[in-house]
Write a protein that binds this ligand. Structure first.
Ligand code: NDP
Length: 332
């Protein structure tokens, strides 16, 4: 027992790499890259995923130097994450844990109880960042809840005042929705989490966020890079694209590392998900090189405004956040 604790401590002490810290508009600091924990399973039951995939992934990630993990009540893996965090026994202030409010708890007074339930599963007293997962409300029976997301946001601010979350933010909000929060004199979100990858670079949303000091976390950072995840009609590039392979070789990095580095240079904190130890280690090893202007220009050219997660099933909800004329998006 003593030996394994000692070995674990040595592993953490030798943590190869750590992401630099970004300063949020509320003054708190957030590691500039997080491990994603969405397993992509179908949410057809209320059962937790049976495996310990995420628990193992988080343990490997902490050993590799990650200090930020992104999860959500909806992913049904908060318990696994909590077990990995407890086993690592790192000082709480060294960790940054992000979780999210699901759509079925949008009533203002439902927010703090939902967050408390997440905290219980995580085994934590507070989360570092609590995000409203979507502006769209939906009851447990999947009928729409038309609660105004401003009400939900008031509930998020109250939960923050109660000390349950250090920072609060939103996910899958568009610019007008964030502007509406501001116009109503409510706290500006510290963070916006949205899809950002080579095919969906969202330059005008990023520039709005920069102007208002809202830090952007980029989900699905690999987009359609890997053939097994790409829809048949998804635009290029794939991971074996000759121009990307040549670029990665030049920097002595892999194509996924070049892609993550590009997001970092856009000022976005990427959230690569992996449950594979070598990939987890690879994905955080992106802070010791930078891309040339011409390489960034080439990568910029892959932007097609193509969304891998348009959530078209919520298209007719009044708070559906994305463009409504999806010609090439796929349903997910
Ligand atoms: P990603 O873009 O992170 O892609 C994950 C896939 O890439 C997995 O199949 C993984 O395989 C594979 N992969 C990871 N690293 C490598 C590598 N170096 N080489 C080859 N393959 C690799 O997709 P996600 O959609 O999961 O997004 C990331 C995270 O963002 C989520 O897990 C979640 O935390 C968050 N998210 C938030 C959303 C929101 O609404 N706010 C929506 C979607 C995601 P394997 O695991 O088998 O190694």
């Amino acid at each position: 027992m003593y030996v394994s604790v000692l070995l674990l401590s040595v592993a953490f002490a030798c943590a190869a790499r750590q992401a630099p810290l970004l300063r949020l508009r509320d003054g708190r600091r957030m590691p500039a890259l997080a491990l994603g924990t969405w397993l992509g399973h179908a949410y057809t039951s209320q059962l937790q995923p049976a495996s310990d995939e995420v628990e193992r992934a988080v343990s490997w990630a902490l050993q590799a130097g990650y200090r930020h993990v992104d999860t959500a009540a909806r992913y049904q893996v908060e318990g696994q994450l909590g077990r990995a965090l407890a086993a690592a026994a790192l000082p709480r202030e060294q960790l940054f844990v992000t979780t999210k409010l699901w759509n079925d708890a949008h009533a203002q007074d439902a927010v703090a109880p939902a967050l408390r339930a997440s905290l219980t599963r995580l085994g934590l007293d507070y989360v570092d960042l609590y995000l409203m997962h979507w502006p769209v409300g939906q009851f447990a029976n999947l009928t729409y809840d038309y609660t105004d997301y401003l009400e939900t946001w008031r509930g998020m601010a109250a939960a923050q005042r109660q000390g349950l979350a250090r920072s609060i933010g939103v996910s899958n909000f568009n610019q007008d929705m964030m502007e509406r929060i501001r116009e109503h004199g409510l706290p500006t979100p510290a963070v916006l989490q949205v899809e950002i990858n080579l095919n969906l670079q969202q330059p005008s949303l990023l520039s709005y966020c920069r102007a208002h000091n809202i830090t952007v976390m980029g989900y699905t950072p690999f987009g359609s890079l890997f053939p097994n995840k790409a829809a048949p009609h998804a635009p290029p590039p794939r991971v074996d694209d000759p121009a990307l392979v040549a670029m990665a070789t030049k920097y002595n990095k892999t194509v996924p590392q070049v892609v993550l580095r590009y997001l970092v240079e856009l000022g976005v904190a990427p959230i690569p998900k992996s449950v594979t130890k070598t990939r987890i280690e690879q994905n955080i090893d992106v802070f010791d090189f930078s891309l040339s202007e011409s390489d960034k220009g080439l990568l910029r050219g892959y932007d097609r405004g193509y969304r891998t997660i348009p959530q078209l099933k919520w298209l007719d909800h009044p708070y559906y956040p994305f463009e409504k004329n999806h010609t090439i998006g796929k349903t997910r």
